[in-house]
Design a protein around this ligand. Structure first.
Ligand code: 6R9
Length: 649
């Protein structure tokens, strides 16, 4: 932040004096962390209650497998619930839950403690022991959070599977983690209608042997739900009747807390593994400073789903560790109409609101009159996550939602990083529309070229890669069951330097501020959801009529990227035009999830390939975005595009 007069610098929003005066953070955090990184993290770890204090901070001798606070012991659920009750805050509301059909429920910390204790007692009675895996396949109901915390309390490793995923996606995840229990609901509310969910579990488990011994079902919609004798259990007939007191036992700081599957560059999702002490330390630390959270005063709302990492770290673990009062909303932003989010903000006096750029752009499309019809003056801080936020959306968010006064924190991080890594600090640093700005105190990042040389400041070509050059407490501890893939995916690219390769392109502006530009691998980002091209391709070729498929993410005004597929049909297949395209789209929804449904599918006679047989997705992206073709010199057959365009027409 020099005296440079570049447009980017002029566009900076300095912290307001008023916000700065009461901010949790201050500039000394950067100095302290810079002078003694490990000492700084030890200080942050002491935000938590340790049943047995740690004496070591970082053990990196087995890099890239980190151990943080290894000789310390703690209980994650005790930190998120019990200690707040013991500190006299049992009556504070932890969760203002808002159901989609209009029902609502408040849970205080005492309520939460009783619910989590009941669930812990019941799961123990089922024979589950620390180290077992539990799959959680649930919509945004309070029991989903209770299920996560009860698992954490018992040292069970949870794997939350987004309730929009298909039975086969669920099965793949259940099998990979060898889960013994699936917790689900009878159904879920979606735009005013109940849709079955438990039947998807039945379908997932129908074929072949699985490791699942029980399916525990929360009643949410009242839909008629077949139960398998001896396997399936109703939550309200079991957990709800269990004893509401339970003593939390301490686990090693490195005890596995959860596995969360995310898309990689191949068809098979990666089970990202997170452990306890380091993860909770950084989730709590970032939630405190990045959101400037004041327990007992703020009302916080993160609009993510617990099926994604944002839901894990910024609905469940970070906020509850910090004694949050938070809103949890079950449904879609436009049910019963587009006013829903603003009504919820008014109803609860939400002061901190954390959402994704795709939703901000959707709000823009619906029009500013909608938020402007509400009193949003309780809002004092806004956050963004999931993809780069375009400056236009950033300004709209600040002006229309934030009353032209709230700081915006654009937070860069990943499932793998576990918690926020790069973000402005409100009240402390400047913000610029579209820039994630600077690594947080304690975090170190670089933007480098292919060889690992630092890129020049102000370089406008997007030629940099984002790397993390020091380990951090909430870093992933590996890919479940696949250490080799872990090394290969994240550490092989800059193996000599020992840097973590994030898979994102980035640049530094003239002020040295960091802009994340999007994925540089074959991972698409649709509405903030990571979907690999390979996953969608494999769903498409799973259809008998498709011989080959190539999928690209083309830029999309609302969703960031949209999925565009090019398919070659088998000789036997009949091209029935729109019918076939509709069938293929449905196939992808069924195989993966409606979020992976392609925006467009083009039936083409050929795909552009290099001599080594690689599909040139870059050129297909040019086609999908209606641009002039880039360099075609490495193509086997440069004429292929005439055929593709003809097929398109
Ligand atoms: C938390 C989360 C991670 C990928 C990441 C990047 C993109 C996330 C961003 C951002 C620019 C931001 N991403 N936040 N890009 N600015 N503030 O989203 O995790 O689902 O694993 O996605 O999302 O491409 O690599 P995850």
């Amino acid at each position: 932040m020099t005296t440079d007069s570049s447009a980017e610098h002029l566009d900076a929003y300095p912290p307001s004096a008023e916000f700065a005066a009461a901010a949790n953070g201050d500039a000394s955090l950067y100095d302290r962390a810079g002078a003694d990184r490990e000492g700084f993290w030890a200080e942050q770890a002491r935000r938590l209650h340790w049943h047995q204090p740690f004496t070591q901070v970082l053990d990196w001798t087995d890099a890239p497998f980190a151990k943080w606070f290894a000789d310390g012991k703690l209980n994650v659920a005790y930190n998120c619930v019990d200690r707040h009750v013991l500190d006299g805050h049992g009556d504070q509301v932890a969760i203002h839950w808002e159901g989609e059909p209009g029902d609502s429920r408040d849970l205080t910390y005492s309520d939460l403690l009783a619910e989590v204790s009941r669930a812990a007692n019941y799961l123990t009675g089922l024979g589950l022991v620390a180290g077992d895996r539990v799959a959680i396949y649930m919509p945004m109901v309070p029991e989903a959070i209770v299920a996560m915390l009860a698992s954490a309390r018992l040292g069970l490793t949870h794997s939350v599977v987004f309730a929009g995923f298909s039975p086969s996606a669920l099965r793949q995840r259940v099998d990979d983690a060898a889960a013994k229990l699936v917790i689900t609901t009878d159904g879920q509310w979606r735009r005013g209608k109940p849709a079955p969910l438990k039947t998807a579990v039945d379908e997932a488990l129908a074929e072949g042997d699985s490791t699942v011994e029980h399916v525990l079902v929360v009643r949410r919609t009242g839909l008629d739900t077949p139960m398998v004798e001896g396997r399936d259990l109703w939550w309200d007939e079991t957990v709800a009747l269990a004893f509401p007191e339970h003593e939390a036992q301490a686990f090693d700081a490195e005890h596995p807390l959860f596995i969360l599957y995310t898309s990689g560059t191949t068809g098979k999702p990666k089970g990202i593994l997170h452990t306890s002490g380091g993860y909770l330390t950084q989730a709590a630390y970032t939630h405190h400073y990045v959101f400037d959270h004041k327990p007992g005063r703020d009302v916080y709302w993160c609009t993510a789903d617990i099926g994604w990492v944002t839901g894990h770290s910024y609905i469940v673990y970070g906020p509850l560790a910090n004694r949050v009062t938070e809103v949890v909303y079950e449904g879609t932003p436009n049910f019963p109409d587009e006013h829903r989010h603003w009504q919820i903000i008014e109803k609860y006096g939400v002061s901190i609101y954390y959402t994704a750029p795709t939703l901000v752009r959707t709000f823009m499309k619906w029009g500013r009159e909608i938020p402007q019809a509400h009193d949003l003056s309780s809002l004092r801080l806004l956050g963004s996550v999931g993809e780069p936020i375009n400056p236009e959306a950033w300004r709209w968010y600040r002006d229309v939602v934030g009353g032209n006064k709230t700081p915006i924190v654009d937070t860069w991080w990943q499932t793998e990083t576990g918690a926020i890594m790069i973000s402005p600090l409100p009240g402390v640093t400047h913000a610029k529309p579209g820039a994630a700005m600077t690594p947080l105190p304690g975090i170190s990042a670089k933007v480098v070229d292919e060889e690992g040389n630092p890129v020049e400041l102000g370089e406008t070509e997007a030629n940099g890669y984002l790397v993390l050059d020091h380990p951090w407490p909430s870093m992933l501890r590996g890919i479940w069951g696949d250490n080799e893939r872990y090394r290969e995916t994240y550490w092989a690219r800059y193996a000599e330097k020992g840097w973590y390769f994030a898979g994102d392109g980035a640049k530094l502006d003239k002020d040295g501020d960091l802009w994340v530009l999007g994925r540089v691998d074959d991972v698409m980002n649709v509405s903030g959801h990571r979907i690999s091209t390979a996953e969608v391709e494999s769903a498409l070729v799973g259809h008998t009529g498709v011989a080959e498929a190539a999928v690209v993410g083309a830029s999309d005004d609302t969703t960031g990227q949209g999925i565009v597929a090019f398919v070659i049909l088998t000789a036997e297949a009949k091209n029935t035009g729109d019918d076939l395209v509709a069938e293929l789209k449905a196939e992808v929804s069924r195989e993966i999830s409606p979020i992976a449904r392609p925006r467009e599918i083009h039936v083409v006679p050929e795909l552009p390939k290099t001599r080594s047989g690689k599909i040139m997705r870059r050129l297909l992206r040019d086609v999908a975005e209606g641009r002039e073709l880039g360099d075609t010199s490495t193509l086997v057959d440069p004429n292929v595009f005439e055929a593709i365009r003809a097929g398109n027409a």
